[in-house]
Design a protein around this ligand. Structure first.
Ligand SMILES: *[C@@H]1O[C@H](CO)[C@@H](O)[C@H](O)[C@H]1NC(C)=O
Ligand SMILES: *[C@@H]1O[C@H](CO)[C@@H](O)[C@H](O)[C@H]1NC(C)=O
Ligand SMILES: *[C@@H]1O[C@H](CO)[C@@H](O)[C@H](O)[C@H]1NC(C)=O
Ligand SMILES: *[C@@H]1O[C@H](CO)[C@@H](O)[C@H](O)[C@H]1NC(C)=O
Ligand SMILES: *[C@@H]1O[C@H](CO)[C@@H](O)[C@H](O)[C@H]1NC(C)=O
Ligand SMILES: *[C@@H]1O[C@H](CO)[C@@H](O)[C@H](O)[C@H]1NC(C)=O
Ligand SMILES: *[C@@H]1O[C@H](CO)[C@@H](O)[C@H](O)[C@H]1NC(C)=O
Ligand SMILES: *[C@@H]1O[C@H](CO)[C@@H](O)[C@H](O)[C@H]1NC(C)=O
Ligand SMILES: *[C@@H]1O[C@H](CO)[C@@H](O)[C@H](O)[C@H]1NC(C)=O
Ligand SMILES: *[C@@H]1O[C@H](CO)[C@@H](O)[C@H](O)[C@H]1NC(C)=O
Ligand SMILES: *[C@@H]1O[C@H](CO)[C@@H](O)[C@H](O)[C@H]1NC(C)=O
Ligand SMILES: *[C@@H]1O[C@H](CO)[C@@H](O)[C@H](O)[C@H]1NC(C)=O
Length: 700
């Protein structure tokens, strides 16, 4: 393998090192605010001793699990005894230092709400008797939930968050809005069933306004749509504006400690019809129970059942109100936990050293039973080329097999299901057993083919795939070679390489894969991220691959975790992302001018870091924002042909370190002690990504 340009010296120009000078300014209107914001952020964040210490600590931490850089180090074992454990305790400490809190006991919170911890002042009137029996709500008569039209009546009822659903299905419901006598605020968060756009009006405040509508509109056989999201227009500018929104009033300066979810709180366990989207408004409250009027809090959400794991979509209305949307496919009725964790308050995850700010408190864990309804969802189809135009995915992991006796093999593999264990349509196509996931598979707005090697080789033969990104690429490429392309003997690939690989079953089939790590212009270092492009040698290294007679047909790139460590703030990062955009636009233009086919650029978003790493400089709050910034910039330049949302794909598995070492999801299988103390680890999340990449590469 050859390494182009790796030897060119790295003159260290202070390339927009301090973003205040000579920076092309995109956000004129905001400039004054931005400047003030930067001063504030630097004084809080960048220049304090503890800030630097934090930076040093997480660099150590990341370093302990990073891909080692010389070729001989690449097979370095991530299972080796982890040297840095204090980071792991950072978030734990933060959690355990918290006062013991009612928020972990949902029922109790609602009962005590006049005490103020829940809905604060707005719930000053005493909760009704029914509420005290809230936990009885779980005992909903089963027959009721199977009858859609009654369900619709029920949804009228559910909006009043009273308690005793089980008590009376007729009388109580019809009089619900009378009997409830709940404070108006509690009624804001009715279960908005968004089958019809007209439902959204139900979100309004007044009780009188909407309940009937809601009831009427849930009719037999309604075809709901999948919950979905998109990158908001001018994502970067809007993010900066919200980040810099001034305080000056108590409700803007206060800090979120609790939330109030009127449609959920006080009801104990909840029953919802499967299929429909249930959007619950919630409000951020300060320690005294007062509503906040600025957004920016980062809530981690999880909706998990035995065979379903997803990240419920959270919307931030930037005024202290949020909503969370729940949806489960009718094939997956059953019990679920909805978990809501407040990870960071008001953009604090975007800070240079977020470790001192991480909140990481579980505010809700609610049992929800999704029951069968007549609602139908459009059936997923296999992803085609156009499906990758979606910038933000709202997918889920579903389970279609399970071997409870599955043991780790001596080689670290989990071969729980036979390799030819079939996918269940429409959730995937092919052999689910190949994923070694004990039955789990990811799907999004479309579902994915799981590739046998023959199909993968048929798609890749004769092609040239160019990777540019962080160390997770290194793992994904190795996993693709080992698991999918029948090349298990390749124990590792370096950070930089350019190689041809041949199909062992048919040497006439080969693929050229080039991969250039972008964590640093110097292939043995780290933490420059997109800033590595300031190095002329590194730029030439990249350009050379696009100056030959043939050029890669596809580029798979991401910005990566290093950027979370490099940039002092999101504005500085956006400048770096703008530069990267210009660079790649120039490279593509060069190809175009030479009359060659311009490569497709697939942007693969950066992982949701896991477990202890949720408190670090590349925490999920920041990486999600950075993913958005880069996609925004690249889109505006017309560079992106498709997006693979690896953030969404990794997210359901990011709460602990079972599937990641904090920063990597694709470490090679090994029967050794893992980061979380267990033996072995799960690698299927990255293997799923490898298949998703193949879907994107091979889709027509
Ligand atoms: C890369 O950095 C290492 C130090 O980490 C240094 O020894 C080496 O010379 C650098 N390589 C280049 C090409 O600058
Ligand atoms: C790793 O930890 C194990 C115990 O967990 C210990 O026996 C072993 O000596 C350690 N190895 C190193 C290299 O520290
Ligand atoms: C939590 O709620 C349950 C009833 O749902 C109750 O038995 C338990 O005591 C509560 N725990 C706390 C800490 O309040
Ligand atoms: C359920 O309600 C009944 C009365 O309706 C009551 O006796 C019982 O204690 C309640 N159970 C719980 C868990 O609140
Ligand atoms: C609520 O539960 C209590 C005991 O837990 C019971 O005495 C009371 O009757 C119940 N109220 C209703 C409305 O079910
Ligand atoms: C559902 O309930 C409605 C009344 O709300 C009733 O007319 C209908 O027969 C019920 N359907 C079934 C299948 O039970
Ligand atoms: C919903 O509640 C209102 C009272 O607020 C009532 O007039 C209406 O009939 C109820 N709808 C259904 C379907 O029960
Ligand atoms: C409310 O319930 C009472 C009985 O408790 C019933 O007579 C009355 O018709 C109900 N009201 C409505 C609006 O359904
Ligand atoms: C419900 O409230 C409405 C007005 O809010 C009233 O007209 C109606 O009589 C009430 N029904 C019952 C059963 O209290
Ligand atoms: C709701 O949607 C269904 C089908 O999608 C449609 O038939 C119905 O008219 C809609 N209702 C309203 C109020 O928009
Ligand atoms: C917050 O904004 C949303 C959407 O604009 C709006 O529906 C809601 O009423 C607002 N909430 C408050 C408390 O102002
Ligand atoms: C919900 O969480 C509890 C513990 O936190 C767990 O015991 C239970 O199995 C979970 N339920 C589901 C459906 O995942």
């Amino acid at each position: 393998m050859r390494e182009k340009g790796a030897n060119s010296p790295p003159p260290f120009h202070q390339w927009f090192h301090r973003p205040s000078s000579a920076v092309p300014w995109r956000f004129g209107v905001l400039s004054a605010l931005v400047f003030v914001g930067m001063l504030v952020v630097w004084s809080i964040d960048g220049c304090t001793v503890s800030g630097l210490l934090d930076a040093w600590r997480f660099k150590q931490d990341y370093g302990s699990v990073k891909v080692e850089t010389s070729n001989s180090d690449l097979s370095s074992d991530p299972h080796q005894n982890q040297t840095v454990t204090h980071q792991g305790s950072t978030s734990n400490d933060a959690t355990s230092r918290l006062p013991v809190d009612l928020s972990n006991n949902v029922t109790q919170v609602s009962v005590d709400s006049n005490g103020g911890s829940d809905a604060g002042g707005s719930v000053g009137e005493s909760p009704q008797k029914e509420e005290k029996n809230a936990s009885n709500a779980s005992r909903l008569p089963v027959g009721l939930s199977n009858n859609l039209s009654q369900v619709s009546v029920n949804s009228n009822y559910s909006s009043d968050s009273g308690g005793s659903v089980g008590e009376s299905s007729q009388k109580g419901e019809k009089n619900a809005s009378n009997t409830s006598r709940l404070p108006v605020d509690l009624l804001n968060g009715v279960t908005r069933v968004l089958d019809n756009s007209s439902y959204s009006s139900d979100s309004g405040g007044s009780v009188a306004e909407s309940p009937q509508k809601e009831g009427k509109n849930v009719v037999d056989g309604v075809v709901s749509d999948w919950v979905s999201s998109q990158l908001e227009p001018d994502f970067t500018a809007n993010l900066l504006a919200r980040w810099l929104a001034p305080g000056g009033e108590p409700c803007r300066d206060s800090r979120t400690e609790e939330i109030s979810i009127p449609g959920i709180d006080g009801r104990g366990a909840i029953e919802l019809p499967a299929g429909a989207v249930h959007e619950f408004d919630f409000a951020a409250l300060d320690g005294a129970g007062n509503s906040r009027c600025l957004g920016g809090d980062h809530f981690e959400t999880d909706l998990s059942g035995d065979s379903w794991k997803s990240r419920p979509l959270v919307k931030d209305f930037s005024n202290g109100s949020y909503s969370v949307s729940l949806q489960v496919h009718p094939d997956f009725v059953g019990n679920y936990n909805l978990t809501i964790i407040l990870l960071y308050r008001h953009f604090e995850g975007l800070k240079f050293s977020p470790g001192r700010f991480v909140f990481d408190r579980e505010l809700r864990k609610v049992l929800i039973r999704f029951y069968k309804s007549e609602a139908k969802l459009p059936e997923l189809h296999l992803c085609g080329k156009s499906d990758f135009s979606k910038d933000v995915w709202v997918g889920r992991w579903t389970r279609h097999g399970k071997n409870d006796d599955c043991q780790i093999g001596n080689d670290g593999h989990y071969r729980c299901l036979p390799p030819d264990y079939k996918c269940q349509s429409p959730w995937c196509d092919g052999s689910l057993g190949l994923l070694e996931s004990n039955g789990w598979v990811y799907s999004a707005h479309c579902s994915f083919k799981i590739f046998w090697s023959d199909a993968a080789w048929n798609c890749l033969k004769g092609r040239w795939i160019f990777f540019w990104g962080d160390s997770n690429h290194v793992d994904t490429i190795r996993n693709m070679l080992n698991f999918i392309l029948d090349l298990p003997e390749i124990r590792s690939v370096p950070r930089r390489f350019d190689m041809n690989f041949s199909n062992p079953k048919d040497p006439a089939q080969s693929v050229r894969i080039t991969s250039i790590f972008n964590g640093h212009w110097n292939g043995t270092q780290n933490y420059e991220g997109l800033n590595s492009l300031k190095n002329e040698g590194f730029r030439s290294l990249l350009k050379n691959y696009f100056s030959e007679d043939t050029v890669p047909d596809t580029i798979i790139m991401n910005s990566g975790l290093h950027d979370g460590v490099k940039w002092t703030n999101v504005r500085a990062f956006s400048v770096g992302a703008q530069y990267a955009t210009s660079f790649w636009a120039e490279v593509m233009e060069g190809v175009r001018q030479r009359g060659l086919a311009v490569p497709r650029i697939l942007y693969r978003t950066t992982v949701a870091t896991g477990g202890y790493a949720r408190a670090l400089a590349f925490n999920p709050n920041k990486m999600e924002a950075y993913n958005g910034v880069v996609i925004d910039k690249f889109r505006q330049a017309g560079l992106i042909s498709g997006v693979i949302d690896n953030f969404d794909l990794t997210y359901p598995w990011h709460f602990d370190n079972r599937c990641n070492d904090g920063v990597h999801y694709g470490r090679a299988p090994a029967k050794m002690k893992w980061r979380d103390g267990g033996i072995g680890h799960q690698y299927f999340v990255d293997l799923m990504l490898a298949h998703v990449l193949l879907n994107a590469l091979c889709a027509r």
